[in-house]
Design a protein around this ligand. Structure first.
Ligand code: SF4
Length: 546
């Protein structure tokens, strides 16, 4: 971690204090290079017990210094009774600089040398082995390097005890190579903490995040199917036959609908890899989730609980969430209605503005309800049934159970969206059950519902409208029983595909100006909510499309 602190104190804090970790190509390559030296072998014996003629060669040795309060795992230790030399393995090639190594790496091997000395061994030189060049670079343990290392040890301890995360590096060339850039959001946090939201210079925010995720959710709705782990894959079997497989590293979530079994081995692997396992009823009601150990960032949850327990702090966030939702509903009507519903657009603009002014949660619920009535009273005008025999009649929102085809589609896509926001929030470190607008209620993921408010029209409603307007869904896709309407299993597949397509749609981020998928927008939005709660940025930035 001293290596990370020397690279960037914020990186150290994110990894060491907040328990964040993410791989990128560099870290994966580094892990591979370490594979060989991570296997323990050899022994260095006690300091004064090494025979004069004895040659030492030990791998993966853990040592500590009580005085400094640090521990180290040394890749290789070589030497004899005169002197030991720690060798650290690095991927990549020898850097082209004066020292032929980077400072964080020199600090790391110097700390190892200090620990060896404290344990009674002589150590005046360490080495860094660059696997890319197959070259070993000696690092003399000079007084100057020792003093710099000790200073960083002290600074790292102070930083670890501090409740506030260090600020991001400004315009640093280190950030594009940092594996935690998607968690840290350096340019976004700097831009949002410096200026008013509508005044952000998009040029200042570099496009450092991957526009979309490589891993995707896996949906299983074959009744009686069994999901098992086979090597690096998930295998789905039905009646003894393999009906599908999915690579684990390409899976972000496993979503099960109805009676689908999962083996213990598969559950354990999903927990280890941080892949959420979401449970839905056959009809699409999201009712549970299995995850590995809870995210380690307890400070974020403390801030969440504190904010949720103070009405005015909660209201500050809730106002912006609801204002954002109403404005996005307005955009949907403006874009998709054949004839512009001017009065409704005006009313929604007024309600969005009022949402920012209110003083109580009760008033905000009133405004949100009024805006919902205006929006859904014009929802049917966005539907173009294109001569289908079924009329996608829609008069008002109804649910549990839905009483018409459009409401069935809306309920199903909202259930998918709440499961997506729940997994996103849990991966960021939030408790999804405690929200700021939605009040806590047994079994209700209130914060997931909060986060999805701005995205209901943009992701869920938009999916429903395009399914109907493109003719992907027809009358044959529904069953009606005792006044309730439900999607047939094959129709649910169509909806899931369309929903996933929507999440993968790339848009230009309205605040930062870079290209990004809706799926990643949800994560960025959750992280920015976290930065708002911890006080790094002043206002929760609404996500608004034009
Ligand atoms: S992205 Fe940049 S500021 Fe953030 S942790 Fe990494 S190096 Fe530090």
């Amino acid at each position: 971690m001293l290596n990370e602190f020397s690279y960037c104190p914020r990186l150290f804090y994110l990894e060491w204090v907040q328990g964040e970790f993410a791989h990128n190509d560099d870290t994966l390559e580094g892990e591979f290079v370490h594979h060989r030296v991570d296997k323990e072998s050899g022994n260095i014996g006690v300091a004064d017990g090494i025979e004069e003629t004895e040659n030492i060669h030990a791998r993966s040795v853990s040592l500590s210094s009580d005085k400094l309060g640090i521990v180290a795992k040394l890749d290789i230790i070589e030497g004899n009774n005169d002197e030991l030399c720690p060798v650290d393995y690095k991927k990549g090639e020898v850097p082209n600089n004066e020292y032929r190594s980077f400072e964080p790496e020199r600090i790391q091997v110097c700390a190892q040398a200090i620990i060896l000395r404290e344990n009674g061994y002589r150590c005046n030189e360490a080495s860094i082995y660059y696997a890319g060049s197959k070259i070993r670079i000696p690092v003399p343990i000079t007084d100057e390097l020792v003093s710099r290392t000790l200073k960083l040890v002290e600074q790292a301890k102070v930083t670890a005890d501090c409740p506030a995360i260090p600020p991001p590096l400004v315009d640093s060339p280190k950030c594009p190579r940092c594996s935690l850039v998607g968690i840290c959001l350096p340019d976004e946090v700097i831009a949002l903490s410096r200026v008013k939201l509508n005044n952000i210079d998009k040029e200042e925010v570099r496009s450092l995040l991957p526009a979309r995720d490589d891993a995707l959710p896996l949906y299983v709705q074959e009744q009686g199917a069994m999901v098992a782990k086979r090597g690096e894959e998930l295998e789905i079997r039905s009646k003894g036959d393999v009906i599908a497989t999915a690579k684990l590293f390409e899976t972000s979530t496993l979503a099960l609908f109805g009676n689908v079994q999962v083996t213990t081995q598969a559950i354990r692997e999903l927990c280890i890899r941080g892949i959420s396992l979401c449970y839905f009823s056959f009809g699409g009601w999201f009712y549970g989730i299995t995850n590995g150990m809870t995210h380690k960032n307890i400070m974020l949850r403390q801030c969440q609980f504190k904010t949720a327990s103070e009405e005015q702090l909660s209201l500050h966030i809730a106002r912006r969430i609801i204002c954002g939702k109403i404005r996005n509903c307005r955009t949907m009507l403006r874009r998709n209605c054949e004839t512009s519903p001017d009065a409704a657009l005006e009313e929604l603009a007024r309600l969005a503005e009022s949402a920012l002014q209110i003083d109580s949660a009760g008033e905000l619920f009133g405004i949100e309800g009024a805006a919902g009535r205006v929006y859904f009273s014009h929802f049917a005008e966005m539907i173009k049934a294109n001569g289908q025999t079924i009329k996608f009649d829609f008069h008002a929102r109804n649910r549990r159970p839905p009483r018409d085809a459009v409401n069935a589609l809306l309920s199903f896509t909202y259930a998918l969206l709440v499961s997506t926001t729940t997994t996103v929030l849990m991966s960021v470190g939030f408790d999804p059950y405690l929200g700021f607008f939605h009040q806590p209620r047994y079994g209700r993921p209130s914060l997931s519902l909060d986060l999805m408010e701005e995205f209901r029209p943009l992701i869920a409603d938009s999916t429903v409208i395009s399914l109907i307007n493109n003719g992907e869904i027809t009358a044959e896709d529904f069953v009606e029983r005792a006044g309730s309407v439900a999607l047939k299993p094959d129709a649910r597949k169509k909806v899931m595909r369309s929903y996933e397509r929507r999440l993968e749609t790339q848009i230009t981020h309205p605040v930062f100006g870079y290209s990004i998928s809706y799926r990643r927008v949800l994560e960025v939005q959750a992280r920015l909510l976290g930065r708002t709660l911890t006080g790094e940025i002043n206002e929760y930035p609404m996500f608004l499309t034009r």
